[in-house]
Design a protein around this ligand. Structure first.
Ligand code: ZN
Length: 47
């Protein structure tokens, strides 16, 4: 089963689940990223 990456919208076999917060920081939802996008996301979280 493949998943669609939240960022690049490509289908990916390797799904990394991340939590996205809305602008208020209150609501959250789970999204799926492919490996390259997940790496980018991790780096962005570190600041
Ligand atoms: Zn991606």
């Amino acid at each position: 089963m493949s998943h669609q990456c939240y960022y690049c919208e490509k289908n990916t076999e390797t799904a990394h689940s991340i939590t996205i917060y809305d602008d208020s920081g209150i609501e959250e939802r789970l999204e799926v990223l492919c490996s390259p996008c997940y790496e980018d996301w991790l780096l962005s979280q570190k600041g």
